[in-house]
Design a protein around this ligand. Structure first.
Ligand code: NAP
Ligand code: MN
Length: 270
């Protein structure tokens, strides 16, 4: 198996990276930066987001695994002291076909401008916000006008991203076995002219939502931790990515609801 590591860059994470490289070298496991089969993220969920976007063009053939060097993360379920155990398990796997992986749905967005259409993927969420002024946009669901939004912005999250920004917006936690996207409002203004649903909405696969911002608006777009400013957008189509998912290598089970409990409620001691 060819592997690479993306770490947070702090001393603790870098130390673990060095230790893993040494163990891998002893076992003849090959490091391959350009086209790895397995990518180890050492840091936080943010580090895994960085690893995901670093390898975005090869996402269909890479499996991710995360070690957390801070609090327990949603994408990072191995503890630093387990690095030897994880390395042993990884080195027993001879080829990508032997790996046990779980696949999670992604958010796909298509940005339409006068120059054409660009496609992007997000692991957690896509957000759209106004800059200087509030965002004004029409929201269509499956080509039917749904509502006129006015407010800070709109957040469209994947199931595994539902525990991120979406949660702070009062959205629901969605199990990643559900192929869906969630649309959550960021501080919508409601009055006689602008009326939004007020609740977040979950769309299944094959449904789509189009956002039509009022023309020439300066907007801030985010894809996970990446931000871009634009003022040339005609519309944005959001849906569950049709052909691609993210794969996580699972060397032991750690159910989603246990992660939610452990991260937000705490582990109950009897
Ligand atoms: P950050 O500011 O460090 O992230 C904010 C927090 O979100 C961190 O504690 C991060 O964990 C955690 N996080 C990331 N993905 C998560 C997930 N899927 N489930 C639960 N928690 C998650 O920035 P970042 O590390 O680059 O992460 C970017 C993400 O932050 C965005 O994709 C968005 O989900 C989230 N965010 C949240 C808010 C908000 O809640 N108001 C605002 C902006 C962004 P780590 O500390 O382990 O990295
Ligand atoms: Mn972070």
């Amino acid at each position: 198996m060819k592997y690479n590591i993306v770490d947070r860059g702090d001393e603790h994470s870098r130390g673990l990276t060095e230790r893993f490289h040494n163990m891998a070298a002893q076992h003849g496991m090959q490091r391959e930066e350009a086209a790895p089969e397995i990518v180890l993220s050492i840091g936080g969920d943010g580090t895994l987001l960085q690893a995901f976007h670093k390898y975005i063009t090869q996402i269909d053939r890479i499996a991710f695994v995360g070690i957390h060097t801070g609090r327990l993360g949603f994408f990072t379920d191995w503890k630093p002291e387990e690095i030897e155990l994880l390395a042993d398990l990884m080195m027993k796997v001879r080829s990508p076909e032997e790996l046990h992986v779980v696949k999670y749905p992604l958010v796909e967005i298509e940005i339409k401008t006068s120059a054409g259409i660009e496609t992007h993927l997000a692991l957690n969420e896509f957000t759209l916000k106004g800059i200087e002024t509030t965002l004004v946009a029409q929201l269509h669901i499956n080509d039917e006008m749904f509502e006129t939004f006015r407010g800070d912005g709109i957040c469209i999250s994947s199931p595994s991203g539902s525990t991120g920004y979406n949660k702070s917006l009062g959205g629901a936690m969605v199990h990643p076995a559900l192929e869906a996207i969630q649309i959550a409002e960021i501080a919508s203004i409601n009055n006689r002219i602008y009326r939004t649903l007020g609740s977040s909405v979950i769309l299944p696969k094959h449904h789509h939502c189009d956002i039509y911002p009022s023309s020439q608006q300066h907007m801030l777009l985010s894809l996970d931790h990446l931000y871009i400013q634009r003022n040339d957008i005609i519309s944005i189509r959001c849906r569950v990515a049709a052909d691609v998912k993210v794969s996580f290598a699972r060397f032991r089970p750690f159910p989603f609801w246990n992660r939610v409990r452990d991260a937000f409620i705490g582990i109950e001691k009897h």
